[in-house]
Write a new protein. Sequence first.
Length: 489
Amino acid sequence: MMTLKIAGLVGTAIAVAAIALPAAVGAGELEDRVQQLEQELILLRRQLESQVKQAKETADKAIEQAGQQAGVSARLKGPTPIWESEDGRFKAELDGRIHYDIGFFGQNDQAPNSAQRGEDDLSTQSNFRRARFGLKGTMDKDWAYRIIFDAGDSDTSGVVNADVIDIAYLGFHPFKFTLGKHKVPNGMEILTSSNDIPFIERAQVSNISVTTVFGGDEEIGLKRMGFSVGAGGDFWHGRAGTFFDSDDFDGGDMPLSLHARAGVAPVNEDDMMIHLGASGWHLFEPPQRNDATTQSFQLRDRPELRVDGNRLIDTGPSPGSVDDASMWGVELAARWKMAWLMAEYAATTWSQSQDPLDRTVGGGAIEDAEFEGYYVSAGVFLTGESRPYNARDGVWKGLRVRRPFSLSTGGLGAWELLARFSHLNLDDSDAGILGGIEDNWTLGVNWYPNDYVMFKLNYINARIDRENAAGLEIGQNVDIIGLRTAVKW
């Protein structure tokens, strides 16, 4: 519209000039005047077009900004889609992993005439150790949530269970308040994600120190319902909380325990890291059934590969009823360029009495049961990577591959060699428990084609020294080859 008006005015001026000028000027001068007016018209049109273009750009930008403020942006973080409001107040992303394991076993019974020969025969099998999927994110910046389910497990593959469901408040920096089903704060290896632990499985002492079977069928694991408070910085971390279990234990009381962990990283640089930590828990109230059934406890574990359900080291149900229990442990980790070291020690004490209904001090008490274990592990990357460490949580984090595997670019991915020795003692003859002693030597090779896919090969030599109630040796030597194929997002 504006263009038409200006063009009309200019055209009118030219017409008037063309009528009036012949009387006053000659033909040559008239032609020059007309050309000058035409040039001025062209200049006016260009100016008008520029103004219209600028106005349009300003309007489009305003519309775009208005749409962004009211909308949600989507992006990819690796293979993971993330949805986030433009003001950063809300965010949601998918979370998941698939760990598929295969195990091969070669057994050498030390006691061929043992009554248990054949009962502890480990079979070559495979399973989805983990098949987790879920959602995590933040609400109004200060609130974080996780809803994750697991369809994998060595015992119940294909059955979907709630793995983690919690909500956390982040607004009071540096503290984090968490409520719901989440990990108990005990042990560096336990708190390191299963995606980021170096070996296929955690060492036996790590599992035994936080998992227990009560009454022969109710298991308390490393993830429980509870409330915890944590905080951390560039050189320290700490977390404590009270936990219980979601099962009702046949209508009886749930267990109640207090857990805590703290540590420091006096050296935390790109090329070097040193981590020192300690943790512990105390079981104030064991699970109590409404009937008079003894509240026995049982500690057991597989030989650091979980494709077969047999446990070669197992206390069996305790002879007495649990009064209370406690654990304490220490941890050490270090990194120097491409090499890393990690070790932990933990000991547990279980107080028990003869009468499950008499929990007074000295009321039919029998000997406390004490167990202990440790492991030492180390590894080195052959392709120049360094294992990442998070001082705020005191754990290893996900590896970043320097040159992802590619036939076109010649990238090899990341290659890692590792070794571990672990020891676990579940014998306490004074308490009437003969669970056995197991020493494991593990050698491993890990290949990470990229940041999201990994292959792990472990060779384990498990040596079990165990006697039955009659004093007969029922231990054995087992050679194990385990292979894990994993993907995370």
